[in-house]
Structures are given as structure tokens and as C-alpha cells.
Design a protein around this ligand. Structure first.
Ligand SMILES: CC(C)(COP(=O)(O)OP(=O)(O)OC[C@H]1O[C@@H](n2cnc3c(N)ncnc32)[C@H](O)[C@@H]1OP(=O)(O)O)[C@@H](O)C(=O)NCCC(=O)NCCS
Length: 192
């Protein structure tokens, strides 16, 4: 059992060596079943938006966030949080919030104008976390998940900081018909 005094360390995703631990952490906590290609889709294109949290007493990660960023067909540069998971033993210590802050900060550096995600309508922990960071409810998505549960789409409008250099968004142009599109009801519907 971890001590509350453990120091939490954060780093960006680096290589596929991180993948097994990330998958274990996400699969143990999120209801949607993801295949390895889903992880690779996000991590290979947007490694700079994925962060991993460790404590100084653990070799395995205790938290992870996986995101993407694209130019939406509307022209908006949009970040999207696909997965967020914190080990049960380390919750309520600010780790989830810090992972979101870091990923969003990286999106902002790459010119993001807003961030979106979906979460189960009754995931009060996630809804509270995102509300505390300024995310607002955009719409309710009926039977969005494979479990049949509804989702809330949340959105965070971003304001660039004065003087902040804008880097181009990386990855592909958004394709609404893709299996990985936001809001898709396929196996890739995300629980960010
Ligand atoms: C949601 C989750 C990532 C939160 O991680 P966390 O590290 O515990 O979150 P934080 O400590 O940063 O919490 C930040 C705020 O969120 C809210 N919050 C977090 N957990 C909560 C809970 N169980 N009940 C109510 N509010 C909660 C609180 O407002 C909290 O601030 P406070 O501690 O000052 O009261 C974690 O519970 C988790 O991994 N859940 C399973 C996977 C999941 O649901 N992921 C999100 C899918 S969208």
C-alpha cells in the first residue's frame, strides 16, 4: 500500500515499452474494451499528449492520460481526451487533474482552441474532476457506450496565452467517417 507521502512524478509517453503498463491501467478501470491498435493509433501520432504518472516507490505507472488533436471539419483545432485512468490506491490526490492539465497544456502549445471528451453520464468522479477544471456539458449522447450507457460530451474552450508560440497540430485531419472519430459508437468510443 502506498504512503500518502509518495512523491508523484509525471512524464510524457516515450516508446512502446510503456504500452503494456498503460494498457493494464486503462483496461482495469475503463468499461470500453480497446484493442492494441487503438492504443497505437493515439500514442504513435500524439505521443506528446500522453502522460504517465509514477510514484517514487512504484515502477509501474499509477495514472495515465491518452489524447489526440486534429483540425475538425469545422476548422476548429480540437484536442480530444481519449483515456484517463488513475490506480484506485492513488486516487483523490490530484493525479487525474494533473494529467489532464499537462495534456491540455501540450494541446494549447500546439494551437488547440478547445478540448472535448466523452464520459459516462453517471461517472461522478470524472464529471467532478472535469467540472473543477472548467469543462462544460455540451450534449448527452444516447446509448453511446457498448454497455448501453449514455455519455456526456464535455467541452473546454481554450484561450491562448499572450505571446505563446503556436505549433502546428500533428496527426491526421479529422475524418468524421473514421472508426476513430469522436462520438463514434464503435469499439473506439472513448471514456476520457
Ligand atoms: C476519474 C479519475 C481519473 C479521477 O482521478 P483522481 O486522481 O482521483 O482525481 P483528482 O484527485 O485529481 O480529483 C480532482 C477532483 O475531482 C473530483 N473527484 C475525484 N474523484 C471523485 C469522487 N470519487 N467523487 C467525487 N468527486 C471526485 C473532486 O472534485 C476532486 O477534487 P478534490 O479532491 O479537491 O475534492 C479516477 O477516479 C479514475 O481513474 N476513475 C476510473 C476511470 C475513469 O472513470 N476515467 C475517466 C473516464 S472519463
Amino acid at each position: 500500500m502506498a504512503e500518502y507521502a509518495d512523491q508523484v512524478l509525471y512524464r510524457q509517453y516515450t516508446t512502446e515499452d510503456d504500452l503494456p503498463d498503460i494498457m493494464e491501467l486503462v483496461q482495469s478501470e475503463l468499461s470500453e474494451p480497446y484493442v492494441i491498435y487503438t492504443y497505437r493509433y493515439f500514442l504513435n501520432q500524439w505521443p506528446h499528449l500522453a502522460y504517465i504518472a509514477y510514484t517514487d516507490h512504484s515502477t509501474k505507472p499509477v495514472g495515465v492520460i491518452v489524447s489526440k488533436q486534429e483540425i475538425h471539419k469545422s476548422g476548429v483545432n480540437r484536442g480530444y481526451i481519449a483515456m484517463l485512468s488513475v490506480d484506485k490506491r492513488f486516487r483523490k490526490r490530484g493525479i487525474g487533474s494533473e494529467l489532464v492539465r499537462r495534456s491540455v497544456q501540450s494541446m494549447l502549445l500546439h494551437g488547440a482552441e478547445e478540448v472535448t471528451l466523452e464520459t459516462e453520464f453517471d461517472n461522478y468522479a470524472a464529471l467532478s474532476l472535469y467540472a473543477s477544471l472548467g469543462f462544460m456539458r455540451d450534449k448527452r449522447l444516447y446509448r453511446f457506450y457498448m454497455t448501453g450507457k449514455d455519455a456526456f460530451r464535455l467541452v473546454l474552450p481554450l484561450v491562448p496565452l499572450p505571446g505563446m508560440p503556436e505549433l502546428p497540430a500533428t496527426g491526421y485531419q479529422s475524418n468524421e467517417g473514421s472508426a476513430y472519430s469522436e462520438g463514434s459508437e464503435s469499439e473506439t468510443s472513448s471514456t476520457g
